[in-house]
Design a protein around this ligand. Sequence first.
Ligand SMILES: Cc1cc2nc3c(=O)[nH]c(=O)nc-3n(C[C@H](O)[C@H](O)[C@H](O)COP(=O)(O)OP(=O)(O)OC[C@H]3O[C@@H](n4cnc5c(N)ncnc54)[C@H](O)[C@@H]3O)c2cc1C
Ligand code: SF4
Length: 328
Amino acid sequence: MPEAIELVGENNDKKFVAGGTNLIDLLKYFITSADTLVDINKIEGAAYHEIHEHHGGLRLGAFARNADTAYHPLVEKQYPLLSKAILAGASAQIRNMATNGGNLLQRTRCYYFYDANAPCNKREPGSGCSAIPGYNRIMAILGTSEQCIAVFPSDMCIALAALEAVVNIAGPAGERQVPFADFHRLPGNTPHLDNNLQQGELITSIDLPEKGFAENYSYLKLRDRHSYAFALVSVATGLELEGEVIRDARIVLGGVAHKPWRVREAEVFLMDKKANEKNFAAAAEIVLEGAQGYRFNGFKIELAKRAIVRNCMMALHPEQSQLPGARP
Ligand SMILES: Cc1cc2nc3c(=O)[nH]c(=O)nc-3n(C[C@H](O)[C@H](O)[C@H](O)COP(=O)(O)OP(=O)(O)OC[C@H]3O[C@@H](n4cnc5c(N)ncnc54)[C@H](O)[C@@H]3O)c2cc1C
Ligand code: SF4
């Protein structure tokens, strides 16, 4: 591993490649460039490739495939919310190639970002944002800036945010851990930066704390097509219940912001309250506070509120919700 880190170093033209499902597209469309690709699949060490128990929770190797993670018996048993979110993403073929580390670092699906001829502050800082005056149906409604309204498209990361995962990183300056909430960034004045990983740093694994919300959980993904499409809005919910009363709650939205969107106040609001539609609707209002729609995506505000209520209700009976790709 130290060799790989040294090979990439401070040079932005040298990049790690894992499954290649995003990076190779970006190279083909001339959105990014590289003179050297360092294949991290070849780095040896079970900790990077496998999934194992760790301090009461699980450690997910960064180079483990999304499919192997979703179908791992320990993930299915202790963190079914994560399995469900991963299986809601992409296609079976892509999940077989895509890695856990790569999933955190996939880039936005903003149409203008992928069109090398369109002004885009994320691709070319200072050039402008084509999405704000343009066709912005899939764009963000929360945490936007005047420079960028793109959304982070991952499904897996929405569950990881709800589970309060921790990202393990190794780099030229040594090793460090970043709580999931601090890993991705809002666009602000630096929309070219999606996350807080520094040049040359490698994600080595992702830790899941013990609490997995395995009894009451649900992941809901709303999109234009039933499969092989990114979320217009998605929701990860984990509830801890005592009878009908909520003792702990996690609600994270995807498809609405530049990072997984979690509002702790909404979760605190639900504590010690009854698990019913009225309380979930009030929590949804808190999550969507300050949401701003643009010309073509104002519908997402109401959609997100309804998705939260529906998903929280589904979390009360997780056995009743099945997903394509899930084990029968
Ligand atoms: C058609 C299509 C549909 C998709 N639909 C969905 C969807 O619905 N939901 C969803 O969540 N995702 C979806 N995806 C995205 C897919 O999940 C990601 O492309 C994938 O997770 C990226 O992982 P990878 O290993 O292939 O990354 P790569 O493409 O190999 O790498 C991506 C980036 O991460 C860097 N990198 C990779 N691993 C590491 C590491 N360990 N440390 C540091 N840097 C690293 C690379 O340098 C590169 O910059 C879709 C992709 C495609 C092509
Ligand atoms: S929303 Fe962001 S990614 Fe899309 S065009 Fe604007 S600056 Fe680029």
